[in-house]
Design a protein around this ligand. Sequence first.
Ligand code: S3P
Length: 166
Amino acid sequence: MKQLTLIGFMGSGKSTTGQMLSKELGIPLLELDQMIEEETKMSIPDIFDLKGEAYFRELEHIVLIKSLNSRGVIATGGGILTNSKNVEQLKSTRNVIYLKGKDSTLIERIKNDSVNKRPLADTSTELEITKRLENRVNQYEEVADIIIEIENKSISEITLEIMNQL
Ligand code: S3P
């Protein structure tokens, strides 16, 4: 196994699942948000605040392309498909896995997450988050090779399910 890419909305567990998959498969974890933070030496909220979303999306595209040329588990950010270049790129990439959750579950996780700061969710209402999710769901499904339902499953169960489908 050379490479797989996790996509899905904020709160769907892309990073935690990515960590476990990377261990199990013995390949590196490539976390796009973290790569952006390392390269810019800025936090994600600061990039949004000081440089704007369009700038963040350009960086996100660059680190995606770099990662797709490497071996590893790629944990994308929830908005990776807002850039049409990434949609085209991921459509022609194998092993793209969509971690699919219900609106209510994702919103609850986002609201209860005190570690990750999310500029496009932390100050939004539940209705705004739901709308953003609804706008993205079709694209996640369109791009994915494998869809994994995350409801009521532990990270280990999700990881195993993914490994069984590769
Ligand atoms: C975003 C999701 C975040 C991060 C940024 C934008 C989005 O990643 O890339 O805040 O547009 O959904 P997570 O999905 O890991 O929270």
